[in-house]
Design a protein around this ligand. Structure first.
Ligand SMILES: [Zn+2]
Ligand SMILES: [Zn+2]
Length: 139
C-alpha cells in the first residue's frame, strides 16, 4: 500500500497516463486507495446504530452535518466503489475516525466501541485508532 504513494500523488496533478485518478483525502492528505464514500459508510453506520437508539439520536445529527459540509466542498474526487459517485473526498479512515470521536463524546461504552471497530475498522495505513482497537482486543 505505502509503496504507491508517490505515484498516486503525481497522478493527482494530471491524469496523463489515462490511469484512474486517485485524489488525496481532504483530511489526512493520503491517497484514497479504499474509496468508499462517507455517505455510503454513513448508511451502514446508521444501520448499526439502530441497535443503540439513544446513541443514534445523539450522534447522527453531527454525522449528517459533517456529510453536508463535505458534500458542499466536493468538486471532483475519487469514485466510490459502492455508489459510483465521485464522492470519496474523505477517506474511510478519516470519516470513521470522526464518527468514533462522536461516539466517545456521547460516552459510548467499551463494548459499543469494540463493536464499532469490528465493523468499521479502516485503519490500514494511518496508525490512528488501530492502537485503540488493539487495546479493546479487536485486532
Ligand atoms: Zn483521510
Ligand atoms: Zn458511495
Amino acid at each position: 500500500m505505502l509503496l504507491n504513494r508517490p505515484t498516486f500523488t503525481m497522478i493527482k496533478q494530471k491524469d496523463y497516463f489515462a490511469l484512474e485518478p486517485h485524489f488525496l483525502c481532504d483530511v489526512c492528505s493520503i491517497a484514497v486507495t479504499n474509496p468508499i464514500c462517507p455517505s455510503c459508510l454513513s448508511i451502514e453506520i446508521e444501520a448499526w446504530l439502530t441497535l443503540y437508539p439513544n446513541l443514534s439520536r445523539e450522534i447522527l445529527p453531527s454525522v449528517k452535518r459533517y456529510l453536508a459540509r463535505i458534500d458542499d466542498k466536493i468538486v471532483d474526487s475519487t469514485k466510490c466503489i459502492k455508489c459510483n459517485n465521485k464522492k470519496a473526498a474523505v477517506c474511510p479512515y478519516c470519516f470513521t475516525d470522526f464518527v468514533l470521536t462522536q461516539l466517545k463524546k456521547a460516552n459510548a461504552n467499551k463494548i459499543i466501541l469494540k463493536e464499532f471497530f469490528e465493523f468499521f475498522n479502516f485503519d490500514f495505513e494511518h496508525n490512528g485508532y488501530c492502537n485503540e482497537a488493539e487495546e479493546l482486543g479487536v485486532i
